[in-house]
Ligand binder design. Structure first.
Ligand SMILES: NC(=O)c1ccc[n+]([C@@H]2O[C@H](COP(=O)([O-])OP(=O)(O)OC[C@H]3O[C@@H](n4cnc5c(N)ncnc54)[C@H](O)[C@@H]3O)[C@@H](O)[C@H]2O)c1
Length: 383
């Protein structure tokens, strides 16, 4: 393939990643088309892709184009399955944002279509490309903490109201739960660090802050309480629906525990009404611990020397991440390049579709456990 020509489904928000592919002069890649039901999103798309780029409100028009080699899907989660199936069936390569779909069965349908199409498919697991996570993975694989046994993740989502409760994210029909929409990254990281998939999962969670009795049509702009409401959005923000509206039906805090096929145990805690935004990862092995502050790109290695820690507290070693640049802690330029390498050189991406399916499967089972109770078995891959 001389030049990779890419068409987008969903043209704003996360579609910002596609700007890394828009280098028409390099002759390597170019974004040539986009579909989006929102005229404002298409206007924004044309502002960087050029006024001659093809635009439409119907995603099928982009898939049908002969001048499009690959489709990148940045639409809301509930459209991922239908749009990916259509793209694969048309013989296109696909970059699909996480979560792969909002059901495990939906992911399995995508995997079957991918196998039948013989084209490339990659999932937008940008955390696998973050320098802080790559370095931690290297330390684990090199045995720096001995044998990995526990992964504990705490996710403080201080911007929870901004990103998740002011728009489509707040409805279960669109995302299933935030254990797919948000946590699919973290479940994937647990699988990646441990080199195994979860087999059993259990969760508790609920909605304790967002969603109340406000009218479903109320927006921050039209609200009388906008000057005093701590969740009010600025007029410029596209996400304006009231976070206390009646229709909100997803959980805003959850605790998940799981056991992986190789015996590693993991926990994931998520809360959307914390003061700050922070992802804290703790990896414990038989010879030490890794401590990560993902947002701040901080990585500490603490070596274990048994009960002698009473005599002298272990010194955390700050691990240098080297040079990096770009959004999402430096991950976005790397994941964008990785997609092109897969298409042009056949290099297998680290964000593999099966990993996408397994993180959704954990999210679905954790959601069922949280809503109905019990320990759930994660359905193994069976294609
Ligand atoms: N990997 C990451 O770090 C990351 C970060 C943010 C979002 N995402 C993913 O990207 C996707 C989009 O999230 P977002 O935050 O950009 O949302 P968004 O609401 O900001 O943008 C979604 C865009 O899709 C458009 N859209 C709506 N329905 C559509 C349809 N049927 N077909 C085509 N386009 C449609 C909207 O008009 C909008 O332009 C989600 O699946 C989300 O999980 C991933």
């Amino acid at each position: 393939m001389d030049k990779v020509r890419i068409g987008l489904i969903g043209a704003s928000g996360r579609a910002i990643l596609a700007q890394h592919w828009h280098t028409p002069l390099s002759r390597e890649t170019e974004v040539v088309a986009a579909s989006d039901p929102s005229p404002a999103s298409l206007d924004h798309f044309r502002s960087w892709a050029g006024k001659d780029a093809f635009t439409t409100d119907d995603y099928r028009d982009v898939i049908a184009r002969d001048d499009v080699d690959a489709i990148a899907i940045f639409s809301p989660d509930n459209f991922h399955e239908e749009q990916t199936l259509a793209a694969l069936e048309a013989g296109k390569h696909v970059f699909l944002e996480k979560p792969m779909a909002i059901t495990t069965e939906g992911c399995d349908r995508i995997l079957r279509a991918w196998r039948d199409a013989g084209t490339h498919l990659m999932i937008g697991f940008n955390m696998r490309h973050m320098p802080v996570c790559l370095k931690a993975k290297q330390l684990v694989d090199d045995g720096a903490i001995g044998e990995l046994k526990n992964v504990w993740i705490r996710h403080f989502i201080g911007a929870g109201s901004d990103f998740y409760f002011h728009d489509w994210h707040a409805l279960s029909a669109n995302i299933n739960s935030l254990l797919l929409q948000k946590a699919s990254h973290d479940f994937d990281m647990i699988h990646w660090f441990a080199d195994a998939y979860a087999v059993r999962v259990s969760a508790f969670g609920g909605r304790d802050y967002f969603g109340d009795d406000k009218d479903n049509k109320l927006t921050c702009v039209t609200c009388d309480e906008r000057d005093t409401c701590p969740e009010a959005q600025s007029r410029e923000n596209p996400r304006q629906a009231c976070v206390f509206r009646r229709e909100v039906n997803i959980e805003d805090n959850a605790m998940v525990i799981m056991e992986l096929a190789n015996g590693v145990r993991a926990s994931y805690l998520q809360c959307h009404f914390t003061p700050e935004y922070l992802r804290n990862y703790t990896l414990i092995g038989t010879k030490g611990r890794i401590e990560m502050n993902v947002e701040r790109n901080e990585l500490l290695l603490i070596r274990r020397y048994g009960s002698r820690c009473w005599e002298k507290e272990p010194e955390p070693e700050r691990i240098d991440l080297g040079e990096y640049a770009g959004s999402h802690g430096g991950a976005d330029p790397i994941i964008a390049k990785s997609f092109l390498k897969m298409l042009t050189q056949g290099v297998e991406p680290v964000s593999h579709p099966v990993a996408g399916r397994m993180s959704v499967a954990v999210g679905c089972e954790a959601t069922t456990s949280m809503r109905q109770g019990g320990i759930r078995i994660v359905p193994p891959l069976d294609l």
